[in-house]
Design a protein around this ligand. Structure first.
Ligand SMILES: *Cc1c(COP(=O)(O)O)cnc(C)c1O
Length: 389
């Protein structure tokens, strides 16, 4: 669906995405495979578009969180291998096989279910074994005295009919955080992962084709963890301090426009609850951007959005569909002027820091009523509106 609106929209620069990919690819070297994490609609950037760019650019693998996300890619003609990182109900095994989708296997119970279902269908499901080395989320528990049991469980899965383990992976909990403790924790996770692989390969006599663990933090800081494939998400989209250090650029710019301007006398209460009261004659711009578009109400009265005359502070409570900014001293800002919510001029890192969260949450929050404008080869190739027309 094409959008004709120009109220609030996100610009997704696919040229930036491609260049981010190339910079990361250059860093990891040609012998390491690249898996692009495109779960959650590619962190709000549009998984099909992102996948097409990665496919063209020569990436090796994609990862999503669910079978529905994987199907969205397949239905839209993405041919690359796709790994589902999260849970898939066993009833979907037939579909996974039919569409050549790789499934993470995270424990003995799932391995058994998938194996039985695949055997029943007389086919083979491609899997990657997930090892829990300290993230304490999904994966075969292998820490401390669970080591032996974990290794045994994985070996068992390797011998099951109907499932073929192409890969093995783990996930780091603090690879993107600073400090000696986080370094030691990541090192311990990595060493445990290596020990598990070694022991499984020794006991089973099998080799894994693809061993992988490096997320954004590890791609940026721990080259020794690259193994056969890296698995960045955030870095690819160009956010966070590592992206900056590596010269990567934000792929998404979220923009809005001034819909109305009003001038209020001193002592005027702005928006619900009156948490902001003008202390002088104040020029206020109303923006068609509220929490239903993905703004965080918690940012009310706390952040600024970027106008051509500099940052305009948000005044009063952020509403569902609108928010107000103070443009008293910004005389170039008129009705129709563009305002950058985040992007190169208003770093998402600052906004997320004020909100007490991470950039991931802000890009994922951009809602479906915000049209996306895709830029490729320097020009707009599509204006996508995701409403049901
Ligand atoms: C989301 C996710 C990633 C990517 O994480 P980033 O921090 O965005 O690089 C990698 N691996 C797994 C298992 C994930 O769930």
């Amino acid at each position: 669906m094409e959008s004709t609106l120009r109220r609030t929209w996100s610009e997704i620069n696919l040229d930036t995405l491609k260049s981010n990919y190339e910079i990361i690819k250059n860093k990891i070297g040609k012998d390491v495979k690249f898996l692009g994490v495109v779960k959650a609609d590619a962190y709000g950037h549009g998984s099909v578009k992102v996948a097409k760019v990665l496919e063209e650019a020569g990436a090796d693998y994609l990862a999503v969180s669910s079978v529905d996300e994987a199907m969205e890619l397949r239905v839209n003609d993405i041919k690359m291998p796709i790994l589902i990182l999260g849970h898939t109900p066993k009833e979907q095994v037939g579909r996974l096989i039919e569409y050549d989708i790789t499934q993470a296997v995270t424990c003995r119970a799932k391995a058994v279910e998938y194996s039985e279902e695949a055997v029943r269908l007389g086919k083979t499901l491609k899997i990657h074994i997930k090892v829990d080395t300290g993230m304490s989320r999904l994966g075969y528990l292998c820490e401390g005295n669970h080591f032996d049991n974990g290794v045994k469980g994985i070996c068992e899965a390797l011998n099951m009919q109907g499932i073929y383990a192409e890969g093995i992976f783990t996930h780091f909990a603090v690879s993107d955080e600073k400090g000696e403790e986080c370094y030691q924790y990541t090192k311990k996770q990595f060493e445990l992962f290596m020990d598990v692989i070694k022991e499984v390969e020794r006991r089973s006599g099998r080799r894994f084709e693809i061993k992988h663990c490096a997320n954004t933090g590890a791609v940026a800081k721990y080259p020794n963890t690259y193994l056969d494939m890296v698995r960045p998400g955030l870095l690819l989209y160009g956010y966070g301090e590592f992206a900056k250090e590596m010269g990567l650029k934000p792929v998404m710019t979220l923009k809005t426009t001034v819909s109305t301007i009003k001038i209020y006398p001193e002592g005027t209460h702005i928006s619900y609850g009156g948490i902001f009261v003008t202390d002088k004659t104040t020029r206020i711009g109303v923006l068609p951007y509220g929490y239903a578009d993905g703004f965080f109400r918690a940012l009310s009265n706390k952040c600024s959005l970027m106008t051509e005359d500099g940052p305009a502070p948000v005044r009063g409570k952020i509403c569902m569909d609108m928010c107000m900014v103070d443009i008293t001293d910004k005389m170039n800002v008129e009705v129709g002027s563009e305002v950058e919510i985040f992007g190169e001029n208003n770093p998402i890192e600052e906004l997320s820091e004020i909100a007490g969260t991470i950039p991931y949450e802000l890009t994922c929050a951009v809602s479906k009523r915000v049209p996306r404008e895709y830029i490729k080869d320097g020009r707009v190739i599509e204006k996508e509106l995701m409403l049901r027309m």
